[in-house]
Design a protein around this ligand. Sequence first.
Ligand SMILES: [Zn+2]
Length: 371
Amino acid sequence: MIRNIFLLGALSLILACTPAQVRETPAVPPVPVSDRDDVMRIHFIDIGQGLGVLLEFPCAAMLIDTGGEQDAAFDSDAALIGYLDGFFARRTDLNRTLALVALTHPHIDHTRGVAAVVRHFAVQNAIDNGMTQGSGGAGQSELQQFARDHAATTHYRAVHLDDITQPQGLTDAIIDPIRCASIDPQIHALWGQVAGDPGWPGLRFGKTPFQNANNHSVVLRVDFGKSSALFTGDLEEPAIRDLLQRSEASGALNVDVYQVGHHGSINGTLPELVTAMSPEVAVFSMGPASRHLTWSAWKYGHPRKEIVDMLEAGITRRRPEIQVPVGLAGEKFQPQRITKALYGTAWDGSVVVEATADGRLKVVTARATAN
Ligand SMILES: [Zn+2]
């Protein structure tokens, strides 16, 4: 009996130490890129369901969001840190320093890796929308606390919509700390925390659009000479409509590269936005439809067919043809051929868009070399 109890104990110890499922090896090292040093590279890192974008410039690097999906099948932190380690091994001149870490909003698929990022790399500037509530509120709090604890070396700013008074957006030395000798990239915030409810109609999961942190996403536009990119985080329809109205006259939304809003969710992109941007390349950041888990792209049906169709219709540039699963609803997908320059981290692995100052783009992906 005593021996049986001992054996049972040993067995449960073994079981406790054995992962239920072997995790996928993160996609490292980074996507092979050209040896040009006069370009901007936008690395959409495959962090599963979530967002993590590294922007590489001739003299600096910055990060928008920190992923990502953490479950029995995927380890977002390992994927993100592994990718950044590989990146800084190539760019030794940057001394493992991020000139800026920008968080779009306090949801866990965007803030999960904050603790790992500040532990592994130097962070000179940090921005978010100032909120600390939500599934990823702890991540934003952590970044804010890190900046307070390291006030001499890390500067922090919360981006509020009320502060965005210029049609081309808001910028300062914290939002845009990067100035390279050869070229000065321009970083502007076009949206941020909304102070009072604009009266956006509708109710989802018992919440008004104003109570949804997605609609307070920090939206960033980044320019590198004649090349430009827009990052809308998870901004949803009512806020996108207001953003369109604010930016109509200035052309601030007219960009070459689009981080497809809200992982390709039905409420993250509007035809009017696609028209205003006229993008050449659009990139979805999402997990694969094959991981049948909660908090997954499969669960949400990302990216949705309607959004894929909208971008296929709105983009003229082509890509090597690919057949991918597109969402009809949560947990429901069907295959679809993609011929336009739509890329996805679930389809292509990490995606790098290389942009020259004279406005030429090249796309390289982890799973195959595209054009
Ligand atoms: Zn998200």
